[in-house]
Design a protein. Structure first.
Length: 263
């Protein structure tokens, strides 16, 4: 428990805001997206989506293929408790919506659906985008599908699969065809080994404008190690550490730069 606290104070010590940024690309992202305080009608949809889950007192049996939960001791979990403790926070959901709306990605991949709190933000950020979201647990995926239908988020393709298997299939398809994702949200398995494996498997899908977002980069010493390896990869040009998330950009024309930003 001490590790994330120590890590957060270290983050605060090194972090800045838009006033410490000299990159036009990052400055515009911060001022026009990260720090955009204007109300959006989609925020109410995100709130209603969350409220619906928080009112759901049913239990499901969760199949966990990742590193497990720091909150739940059993795989039999109440939907409202999952939504309140394991899902993306309201503030983060709004930021994810703004990021998606800012970049307008056409093809989005989410690794780790859970109950779809982040999925709904991705889907609303660009309603014309195709969102593929991967979930390993059938019962969790079923609940998410019900929610997406309830809120008419019909641009989402929910896939029940083990992540490794799905990503290996992408790797095989890339030998004969081109497949690109404009935005990928990594929130499936918070281990160093899995994070780096997904990173390498999906590298062939990048384009110049690809946006990758890694969740919980300071969740453990292992995840911090994975984040450092990703930052130093030769294809990675710009990274933004917001403590909760790590943003990765592959803009070929830019010099390599790393930012630590309070968002």
């Amino acid at each position: 428990m001490l590790f994330p606290i120590k890590s957060y104070f270290n983050f605060l010590w090194h972090s800045t805001n838009e006033h410490g940024v000299h990159s036009p690309f990052v400055f515009n992202l911060l001022t026009k997206c990260f720090y955009d305080k204007k109300p959006k009608p989609e925020y109410q949809i995100l709130k209603n989506y969350r409220k619906s889950l928080l009112e759901n007192k049913n239990f499901i049996e969760v199949t966990d293929f990742g590193v497990g939960s720091k909150v739940f001791k059993s795989n039999r979990r109440q939907i409202s408790k999952i939504a309140s403790t394991a899902g993306i926070s309201p503030k983060r959901a709004e930021l994810l919506f703004r990021v998606t709306n800012y970049f307008q990605p056409k093809n989005i991949l989410e690794i780790g659906t859970s109950l779809g709190l982040a999925t709904s933000a991705l889907a609303l950020g660009n309603t014309k985008a195709k969102v593929i979201t991967l979930e390993g647990c059938p019962q969790t995926a079923d609940q998410c599908q019900l929610q997406l239908q309830k809120f008419n988020l019909d641009n989402v393709d929910s896939v029940v699969t083990e992540f490794d298997s799905y990503l290996q299939d992408i790797k095989l398809r890339l030998k004969t065809e081109t497949e690109n994702f404009d935005l990928i949200y990594f929130d499936g398995n918070h281990s160093k080994k899995a994070t780096l494996a997904y990173f390498e498997l999906l590298l062939p899908t990048i384009n110049n404008d690809s946006v990758w977002i890694f969740d919980d980069i300071h969740w453990s010493p292992e995840m911090e190690q994975a984040w450092e390896i990703i930052k130093n990869h030769p294809k990675v040009k710009v990274t933004i550490d917001t403590f909760q998330w790590g943003f990765v950009f592959f803009r070929y024309e830019q010099e390599k730069e790393h930012f630590v930003i309070r968002a």
